[in-house]
Design a binder for this molecule. Structure first.
Ligand code: SF4
Length: 435
């Protein structure tokens, strides 16, 4: 008598490239596959399906996506029943070229179609797995794996952007802002905490422009923080990335009064030359940005500011750059993500001459990084001799509420909150002992 074929659960390997939104998208898009019985594969070799979530904010992330898709040709050729899905911003911007160049990709889903992803993936998988009838038995939703969330989980509250910064590709690949309903956000937060998350990072391109209707009234970002703060078991709440324009009294008072909201504000500046900011179409002046920082510091004691800076934007002069350095000395962000400008095809600034030479960009980036190293070092050293609360993410490693990395010797479990007596600091990390 024939033995019945072994029913092997299908496995999904997920690769997120680029920004946090891409990581959050990958997590969200894994859900419909998990509900069909796919469990996690740690590597492509053991996977029946691969989902690549792409990012296009920087050319480098898009180039990595293209090279990764190319490198998966042998993986797909080894078993044509395998499924390769490419999603996200690069899929939106370069979807047609990906389909043409890599015909073995089963499904290309652009960032604007993420809401339709469950339907699209169902169509792709139904076609693929009709040939694997016996394995489909294991696709019942109850077979979905219940994997614990990491200590810190992402939660996307909005998609798209209504701004039109001249260097940014996001509005054209993600479209205008769409806000998730409050109830969906709160339910997802409860589910993530129930699965083990202690900290939630709210995500959106301009996360604090969030608005929605709830219980017959309007809910802005500050109101959402207050509602999220009531999530049982949630210890920390963070968000990324706010736009300076929407930092207002309601948001800051919620940050000050909500138990879980961390004392950290990552506020992208990009440049402190009023002329360059205008060309970037950032919609604020350096003076307005400084007002927001002062308001945040006065509303939320101990708040730490961090920022993003672009050097070498078209027409940026040495004086413009010097204004940025001087401004940063005044604002004293604790750290900054600093980038050299590079034109992104499809953006307004890509049609302007990229007239700051590579050498000058590199020189400015080096000087900026040296200044930021000094500011980071001051911010870290100010902790020495103090005791801070750290949420353990891996044994011996975690982050403070203000977002500083911390390391210590000794046994702690991920998810455990510990009091750390800070004894020293490296270039980017606090060192200490469990108090
Ligand atoms: S605010 Fe500007 S930089 Fe940020 S996503 Fe929107 S267009 Fe891009």
């Amino acid at each position: 008598m024939d033995q019945p074929a072994e029913i092997r659960p299908m496995k999904l390997h997920t690769i997120a490239l680029g920004c946090q939104m891409s990581e959050a998208d990958a997590e969200e898009m894994s859900a419909p596959l998990a509900s069909r019985g796919f469990s996690r594969a740690e590597s492509p070799d053991e996977a029946d399906a691969i989902l690549i979530s792409t990012c296009t904010v920087r050319q480098h992330a898009e180039d990595r996506a293209i090279s990764l898709i190319g490198s998966l040709k042998p993986w797909k050729a080894a078993d044509p029943n395998r499924v390769l899905i490419v999603s996200g911003c690069a899929a939106e911007r370069a979807g047609d070229s990906i389909r043409r160049k890599f015909p073995y990709v089963d499904l290309v889903v652009g960032a604007k179609s993420i809401a339709r992803f469950p339907e699209l993936v169902r169509e792709a998988l139904d076609a693929r797995f009709d040939a694997l009838r016996e394995q489909r038995e294991s696709f019942a939703p109850e077979a979905a794996p219940t994997e614990a969330s990491p200590v810190s989980a992402y939660l996307t509250i909005m998609r798209g952007c209504n701004y039109s910064c001249s260097y940014c590709i996001v509005p054209s690949v993600r479209g205008r802002e769409l806000y998730r309903p409050v109830e969906d956000i709160l339910n997802e937060a409860r589910a993530k905490v129930a699965a083990g998350a202690k900290e939630i990072m709210l995500l959106g391109q301009t996360v604090n422009s969030y608005e929605s209707e709830h219980d017959g009234g309007k809910v802005g970002f500050g109101d959402l923080l207050r509602l999220m703060d009531q999530t049982p078991g949630l210890e920390r709440l963070r968000f990324m990335s706010p736009h300076p324009y929407y930092v207002d009294e309601r948001m800051l008072s919620a940050m000050a009064e909500c138990r879980a909201v961390c004392e950290h504000l990552h506020l992208p500046l990009q440049s402190a030359s009023a002329r360059v900011l205008k060309l970037m179409r950032r919609n604020y002046t350096p003076a307005a940005y400084l007002d927001k920082v002062r308001a945040a510091r006065s509303a939320v004691p101990g708040i730490v500011i961090s920022t993003d800076i672009i050097v070498g934007f078209p027409t940026e002069t040495e004086d413009d750059f010097q204004e940025t350095l001087d401004f940063l000395k005044e604002v004293r962000p604790a750290w900054a993500y600093c980038f050299k400008y590079s034109p992104r095809e499809g953006t307004r600034s890509a049609s302007w001459p990229d007239d700051v030479s590579r050498e000058v960009k590199e020189d400015r980036l080096g000087r900026l990084n040296r200044l930021m190293d000094e500011l980071t070092s001051k911010a870290l050293n100010a902790h020495i001799g103090r005791t801070v609360e750290v949420l353990c993410e891996e044994p011996g490693f975690g982050r403070t509420r203000q977002g500083f990395n911390a390391k210590w010797a000794g046994v702690t479990r991920p998810g455990e909150a510990v009091s750390l007596a800070v004894t020293g600091a490296t270039k980017r990390t606090l060192l200490g002992e469990i108090a």
